[in-house]
Ligand binder design. Sequence first.
Ligand code: SME
Length: 260
Amino acid sequence: MRHKSKGEMRDIAKERIAILLDLAEQESKKPDMGRAKRYAELARKISMRYQAGMPLEYKRRICKKCGAFLVFGKNATVRTLDGAVSIKCGGCGNIVRLPFSRETKERRSASAASRICKKIILMKEKGASADEILKESVRLIRAATGRFNWTGIYLLKGDALELHNYIGRPTEHTTIKTGVGVCGTAVAQKRNINVPDVSKVQNYLACSVETKSEIVVLIKAPDGRILGQIDIDSDKRGAFLQRDERFLQKVADCIGALIT
Ligand code: SME
């Protein structure tokens, strides 16, 4: 077997970190927080071992002093004071103060998109097929943040979307007609759709009862033709920000240029 490069190892590490943090999140919903601390600890170890960096939204979710997995409002408190956010661990009392900056987040999200684009452009240059590029794209998008609980790409074939590949819970919606559901509506109306609360949408195809919000970003060819879409579900209500849409659009545009 070919020896994996450092970058590949790091990508695998990122994927595992995301899975472990998902598990920690689920465990933390139990009254006694279950094994949340243990999963968070493993995620942090992998992150250090492979210099893989924690997903941004989880960076502050682990107490630097005692290692507890922090759930704000449960075992941690958050306050904004003097242009900074203060996070206090309810377990050990440690306080972390973070200067707040929307611009920093915007910049990070843009560079995450550029990194993904660079990787898939390189794949194309090395002769990767459209299938390989689409699979790798889903993997990289999924690894970019822990908020994406279901990440997939649908391709438009005639008047239906066909699920190409995904990471997350299995779905029965592998073929979706144009105009049907959030996915099909995005194609019919030729626009991205961000649904903060899926329970408010009538024309919604439930992929999982856990899903609370969804975003669909169209993949277009450079000539504007709709080729498909990136579809993301989150277990959190209102999970997707404009910044996420910009991030996904940047990646979608790269994909669109590479698979035509
Ligand atoms: N919710 C989508 C269907 C796809 S699944 O979420 C994976 C829709 O309403 O079109």
